[in-house]
Design a protein around this ligand. Sequence first.
Ligand SMILES: [Cu+2]
Length: 148
Amino acid sequence: MKISRLIIAILSMLMIFAVACGQQPVTPGPPEPLETVPSTPVQPAAPAPQAPAPTQTTPAAPEQTAKTVQVSIKSFKFTPADVAVNVGDIVVWTNEDSAPHTVESSDGTLRSDELSKGDSFSFKFTKAGKYNYICGIHPGMKGSVTVQ
Ligand SMILES: [Cu+2]
């Protein structure tokens, strides 16, 4: 009967060792899922967002800027008597006579004060059309502005 006790004792000892040893080999396994991670960085350097092209489209406007047209009033005449401008342009009449003159259109659009020598009258045309005008003091003086 002593032998069987020894065997039981030895078996129980072996069981304890087996359990103790069996738990250790579990740790060296887990580093597997790390290998799938390096597959995601597929996006290479993409220097596309730099687009300096649209800067060349701006220099198109300068031609449409408003201009100023001069009309002199001299020797009882408007010179030039007929001028053509674009909508938004400005016409400036300057009296170079010693006699006073005015600029008055029949529709009332143009109506300057009495202009002494050296005085000027300016008007900005915002509507297309033909504007006939005279000097209110000397109705024989005539001119026109055609606005396109
Ligand atoms: Cu006049």
